[in-house]
Design a protein around this ligand. Structure first.
Ligand SMILES: NC(=O)c1ccc[n+]([C@@H]2O[C@H](COP(=O)([O-])OP(=O)(O)OC[C@H]3O[C@@H](n4cnc5c(N)ncnc54)[C@H](O)[C@@H]3O)[C@@H](O)[C@H]2O)c1
Length: 321
């Protein structure tokens, strides 16, 4: 089997590539443009690790460039996991165009290639951001989607494109609505790693938005990789589906910080501030559908997952400097 993974220098793309390289005989083709939305040092380190595997081949390519993609899609590819995107909710207020370019046009280039090459399995990153603000929890896949920022809108749009563009084909596509994924090699622009960085670097001020009153359905990367591997092994007749990928265990941000603190002798200074535009107050997904489809799974205890992540950071903090 040959699997193409876009965004393979990114947090989820790297971890899933590594997971498949370690646990299967699949050949992995990785694509990433290694953009500087956050430190390219982290992305290059992740790639360095993947390049140790003979089964891994990497192309530094922008998914906006269809001509380059055509050359990469030449060998027979059995499945595509599409994670390359402009991520981050807040940055979509600053540079909305980059979201339309990578997440809408880039997404369309990928899906066109999939249709042209008749690749029967297509999995792509959507987001819990498609739901927007809600006061009815846990969120189900059938609930109304109502994104409140351009980022979420591009993800909603991806789901619509996949559903309409691939109808009347044999291509199965699955949208993965990720809820706050965290873990080893995590993103420096997300809460857990922002906090970890501020522990090691006084210059990195840690701002606690909404005075810590946000609640998020934190989902550990190892659980996410296991679920995606199970999905890859499944056959299904349905053409397009979306699944919440979440632990179904919402937790207050302040509690997350307390769990991280248990791993360190010193605590960073916390700068509390107001609710930030584009944020939602709470996320909490229902994961009944994914469990029903791929089989029940025991999610990693949040405290253990945060311990693993903190310990990993202790050994790798230099990558984030
Ligand atoms: N991490 C989360 O909690 C989370 C939650 C919801 C959705 N998602 C989605 O999951 C996917 C992966 O997220 P992540 O956390 O790994 O983010 P990430 O930023 O670490 O990874 C995305 C990767 O895509 C690459 N990329 C961006 N634009 C590209 C382009 N035009 N061409 C080629 N490569 C490009 C980046 O360089 C980066 O390495 C994204 O689509 C993101 O929107 C993530």
């Amino acid at each position: 089997m040959r699997i193409l993974i876009t965004g393979s220098a990114g947090f989820i793309g790297y971890n899933f590539s590594k997971y498949l390289l370690d646990n299967t005989n699949y050949k992995i083709i990785g694509i990433d443009n290694i953009n500087d939305y956050y430190s390219t040092k982290i992305k290059k380190k992740r790639l360095e690790d993947l390049k140790r595997y003979k089964k891994f081949k990497f192309f530094k390519t922008d998914i906006k460039n269809k001509e380059k993609l055509k050359k990469i899609f030449i060998p027979k590819i059995n499945a595509v996991f599409h994670f390359a995107a402009q991520a981050g909710v807040r940055y979509s207020l600053i540079n909305p165009r980059s979201y339309l370019e990578s997440n809408t046009l880039g997404f369309f280039n990928i899906i066109e290639m999939i249709k042209e090459k008749k690749i029967n399995k297509f999995y792509y990153a959507s987001s819990s951001s498609v739901y927007g603000d809600s006061n009815k929890f846990p969120l189900k896949e059938t609930d109304k989607v109502n994104p409140k920022n351009i980022y979420g809108l591009t993800k909603k749009n991806n789901e619509e494109i996949a559903e309409i563009f691939l109808q009347n084909t044999t291509i199965k596509s699955i949208g993965l609505r990720f809820f706050t994924v965290f873990g080893e090699w995590g993103r420096p622009d997300m809460l857990v790693f922002k906090y970890l960085q501020s522990i090691f670097n006084k210059k990195k001020k840690f701002y606690l938005n909404n005075y810590g009153n946000h609640t998020r359905d934190f989902t550990y990367i190892k659980d996410v990789c296991e679920i995606m591997h199970k999905l890859l092994k499944k056959r299904s007749n349905k053409i397009h589906e979306v699944y919440n990928i979440c632990s179904n265990r919402p937790i207050k941000i302040t509690k997350i910080l307390r769990f991280i603190d248990l791993n360190f002798e010193k605590k960073p200074k916390i700068y509390k501030r107001n609710f930030q535009l584009a944020d939602v107050k709470k996320t909490h997904g229902n994961n009944y559908n994914i469990s029903n489809y791929t089989g029940k799974k025991k999610y990693t205890n949040i405290k253990i997952a945060l311990n693993n992540t903190s310990q990993w950071y202790k050994n790798n903090w230099k990558v984030y400097f």
